[in-house]
Design a protein around this ligand. Structure first.
Ligand code: FAD
Length: 307
């Protein structure tokens, strides 16, 4: 008897994930669920917890590398129709975790609310943006958040003020939890000023990032060590722009973006990541930490192997 007996309308088996991530690589999810509301989400999670089935959350897959062998356990995705509501009382905004982040930035700029322009050009969902504390040199989403609500992986609800969310550079204390909605404060401004800011950030990104290619954004975090260049600069200085393994290649436009060509395998990406890490360690003494998430990939295969 499958562990999801009675939940067959929500849980499916062996669902291909390649079309659900931006690299367009990877195998299948052992189990996949799109619960049509919070109650169904909690029900699926409780059942999975009872049966010791591991659970992972999927947003739009723009920061994710899935192994060719696929991933075991249950992958949950919040369907847009049930988790994308957006309401506001003046500058206090409440938004569902399944809402698209670019859609939120657009809504905010159209409404003349400032504060989210720093997220222009970041693809994906609001829920994942919170989990990753998405942002860049102009700011991060965590700075705008006042509350985050969701469920633990066993279906228990949580409700956290910003201070309890543990927002840090490209990470948060929301790892291993499921965000379903958040509240944030924006600032009254005017639409023209907001759009001017959004457009300037988008223009800067399109000049410096390979936005038309299949990528997961920056693959490595910028090293924390003082006086160390950003990860992309390190890769560029090592002369690795354009280096290719199989269908995976270091972008010639931005060295921290690895792109997948048609026919690429997740294994090509894994080999390229390892090569970059090995050279960064040998040539610069820097241990590059991954910013992207990997699912089903052997952690040893990603590690630098230097004698
Ligand atoms: C071209 C490009 C440019 C990018 N630029 C930036 C940038 O400037 N700044 C930046 O920070 N990132 C950037 N990224 C990376 C990526 O867009 C962000 O990390 C984004 O927040 C991921 O959203 P997603 O919905 O695609 O998440 P996914 O890739 O699906 O998942 C990412 C992580 O979030 C978790 N997650 C997903 N949904 C939830 C949820 N509801 N609750 C809890 N956890 C959840 C997943 O389990 C996973 O751990 C870029 C990516 C691309 C492709």
């Amino acid at each position: 008897m499958p562990w999801f007996r009675g939940l067959e309308s929500i849980v499916r088996e062996r669902v291909p994930l390649a079309q659900m991530n931006n690299y367009r690589v990877g195998g299948t999810a052992e189990f996949f669920a799109e619960p049509p509301g919070e109650e169904a989400l909690s029900m699926v999670l409780r059942r999975a917890a009872d049966e010791a089935v591991p659970v992972r959350m999927l947003g739009h897959g723009t920061n994710l590398l899935v192994a060719d062998e696929g991933v075991s356990g249950l992958i949950v995705r919040l369907p847009k129709h049930a988790f994308s509501d957006l309401t506001h009382e003046g500058t206090h905004v409440t938004v569902g975790a399944g809402h698209s982040l670019p859609g939120l930035v657009k809504w905010s700029a159209n409404a003349g609310y400032a504060g989210l322009e720093c997220l222009a050009g970041v693809p994906g969902t609001v829920g994942a943006a919170l989990r990753m504390n998405a942002g860049g040199k102009y700011g991060e989403i965590g700075a705008r958040v006042t509350r985050v609500r969701g469920v633990e992986m066993d279906g228990t609800p949580f409700d956290c003020a910003r201070e309890a969310c543990g927002f840090v550079y490209r990470d948060s204390g929301l790892r291993g939890r499921i965000v379903t909605r958040c509240e944030m404060d924006v600032e009254a401004s005017d639409a023209e000023a907001c759009w001017t800011h959004v457009r300037s950030i988008l223009a800067e990104k399109s000049a410096t990032q390979p936005l038309k290619d299949r990528s997961g954004g920056c693959v490595f975090k910028n090293p924390k060590r003082p006086n160390t260049p950003p990860a992309g600069k390190i890769i560029d200085l090592m002369g690795m722009k354009g280096v290719r393994i199989g269908g995976a290649q270091v972008s010639t436009k931005h060295a921290n973006f690895l792109i997948c060509h048609p026919g690429a395998k997740a294994a090509d990406m894994v080999a390229l990541i390892r090569l970059i890490r090995e050279r960064a360690l040998l040539e610069c003494g820097v241990e590059l930490e991954l910013e992207i998430e990997t699912w089903g990939v052997d952690p040893d295969a990603l590690k630098a192997r230097v004698a």
